[in-house]
Design a protein around this ligand. Structure first.
Ligand code: C5P
Length: 397
C-alpha cells in the first residue's frame, strides 16, 4: 500500500522524537519515500543526520536555509506529500496547526498541504488533558485529520497516565489508511473473526486453526475506506486494526449474543469467524482428572448458527459469509448461501495453495445472488477489498 508513496513526516520536539526514527525505517522498508521536517526543538532531541541517513533524503529544518534547489521548499514538500504525518505531535505544534499559525517549516508545510493528515500526539498527561489541547485536537479532527490518540502508561517524566506515543504499528496502519479513498464513509460494518473457544473444564477447551487474519483484513480495509467498523473477535494473536471498535469474545454463544446485538446498528455484516459447530453440554466445574481412565466421553451440543440468526433477525441488512470446501466448491457454496440466506458467500478451496488458515494470502470465489462468481486472489487485504467492493455495490442498489 505504501509502495511508491511519499510520506512527509513532521517530527516535533518531544522525547518520543526518537521513535520517529524507527517509523522512518518502517515506512522505507515498505517502499515509501520519506521526507522529514523537524522543528528546532525536535533537533535538540534527535540529530537531523539520523533522519537524513534513514530516510535517504535531506531533512528540512530551516525555512530560510540556502539550498541547491531552486524550488520553494515548503511548497514543494506540501505538494509532494501523499500523506502528511506528524509523529510525535507536541501540544505546541497541534495548537499552531489548529489555529492557522505558520511560523516554522513544519507548520508552514502543514498549512500549505492538501494531503490527508495523520497526527500522533505525545506529551505529559497534564498537557494532553489540558482543555486548550483537547479543543485543538477536536478542531483538527473536524477538519478531517486522523488523530492517533496517545496510549496510557509510564511517561518519560515519571508520571503514569495518557500521553505515550501510540505503537508504531498502529501509526503505520493509520498512515496506510490515509492513502485510501473514503468510498465507504457512512457505512457501518460488522465483522466477526477468529476462532471460538468452547470450554471443557476450567483449563481445557475445544478450538480450531483459524488465525483471524481474513476477518481482521476485512475490518482494516473497511475502516481504511471510511466505514465505521465493529469487530467481534474470537481468539487471535493479532493487533486490532486502527480505529476499529473491537469486542473480544470467547465462546460461540458469546459471539452469537454480541454479534446479534451489534448487527442491529450495522449495514453490512460479514461473518469471517470460524465458529465451533458444537460445544460441550456440560462444563466441568473442576479440572477433569485422569483417575485411571483410558478414555472419556464428552457430549457435545449444537451451537446456534450466528449468521443464519442474523439473517432471520435483520432481513434488510447485507449479510455475507465464508465457506471452506474440499470438494464441489460451486455446488456446496451455493447450497450454503441458500441455506443460511446469505447475500454473498466467499468460498475458499482448501486444496489451493496460498488459501485458507494462517496464510497471509487467500484465493476465494465470491458468489452473490446475481451474476457470475468473481475470483479474488492476493493478500488477505486485497481479497477483503474485492469482497467489500461487492458488498458496497449491492448495498447501494
Ligand atoms: O456451515 P459453515 O460453518 O461451513 O459456514 C461457514 C459460515 O457460517 C462462515 O461465514 C461462518 O462464520 C458462519 N458460521 C456462523 N455460525 C456458526 C457456524 C458458522 O455464523 N455457528
Amino acid at each position: 500500500m505504501l509502495e511508491g508513496k511519499t510520506i512527509v513526516l513532521g517530527v516535533s520536539g518531544g522525547i518520543a522524537a526518537y521513535r520517529a526514527l524507527e517509523l522512518t525505517s518502517m515506512l522505507k522498508k515498505r517502499g515509501a519515500a520519506v521526507k522529514v521536517i523537524m522543528t528546532k526543538s525536535a533537533a535538540e532531541f534527535v540529530s537531523p543526520l539520523s533522519f537524513r541517513t534513514l530516510s535517504q533524503n535531506p531533512v528540512a529544518l530551516d525555512m530560510f536555509a540556502e539550498t541547491d534547489c531552486w524550488e520553494v521548499e515548503h511548497i514543494s514538500l506540501a505538494k509532494a506529500a501523499d500523506v502528511f504525518a506528524i509523529v510525535p505531535a507536541t501540544a505546541n505544534v497541534i495548537g499552531k496547526i489548529a489555529n492557522g499559525i505558520a511560523d516554522d517549516m513544519l507548520s508552514t508545510v502543514a498549512m500549505a498541504t492538501r494531503a490527508p493528515m495523520v497526527i500522533a500526539p505525545a506529551m505529559n498527561t497534564g498537557m494532553f488533558e489540558n482543555e486548550a489541547v483537547q479543543k485543538n485536537i477536536e478542531t483538527l479532527m473536524s477538519r478531517g485529520a486522523e488523530i492517533v490518540m496517545p496510549a496510557s502508561g509510564r511517561l518519560a517524566c515519571g508520571d503514569v497516565g495518557r500521553g505515550r506515543l501510540e505503537n508504531l504499528d498502529v501509526i503505520l496502519d493509520a498512515v496506510s489508511g490515509a492513502l485510501r479513498k473514503k468510498d465507504m464513509t457512512g457505512i457501518r460494518v460488522l465483522v466477526t473473526a477468529g476462532a471460538t473457544r468452547e470450554a471443557i473444564d476450567p483449563v481445557r477447551y475445544i478450538t480450531n486453526h483459524s488465525t483471524g487474519k481474513m476477518g481482521y483484513a476485512l475490518a482494516q480495509a473497511a475502516r481504511h475506506r471510511g466505514a465505521e467498523v465493529t469487530l467481534v473477535s474470537g481468539m487471535t494473536n493479532l493487533t486490532p486494526p486502527y480505529g476499529v471498535k473491537t469486542v473480544d469474545v470467547v465462546s460461540a454463544l458469546d459471539m452469537y449474543h454480541t454479534s446479534l446485538k451489534h448487527a442491529e446498528n450495522s449495514d453490512i455484516i460479514i461473518s469471517a469467524a470460524a465458529v465451533a459447530d458444537f460445544r460441550p453440554i456440560e462444563v466441568a466445574e473442576n479440572k477433569i482428572k485422569k483417575d485411571g481412565r483410558t478414555s472419556i466421553e464428552i457430549e457435545l451440543t449444537e451451537n446456534p448458527d450466528i449468521i443464519s440468526e442474523i439473517r432471520k433477525t435483520y432481513p434488510e441488512k447485507f449479510v455475507a459469509g465464508f465457506c471452506m470446501e474440499t470438494e464441489n466448491l460451486i455446488e456446496n457454496a451455493r447450497d450454503k448461501m441458500e441455506k443460511k440466506g446469505l447475500d454473498l458467500i466467499a468460498a475458499n478451496s482448501l486444496c489451493e495453495e496460498g488459501a485458507g488458515f494462517g496464510t497471509d494470502t487467500n484465493r476465494v470465489t465470491v458468489f452473490t445472488n446475481e451474476g457470475e462468481p468473481v475470483l479474488a486472489g492476493g493478500s488477505k487485504y486485497e481479497v477483503a477489498d474485492v469482497i467489500l467492493d461487492i458488498c458496497t455495490a449491492n448495498l447501494k442498489k
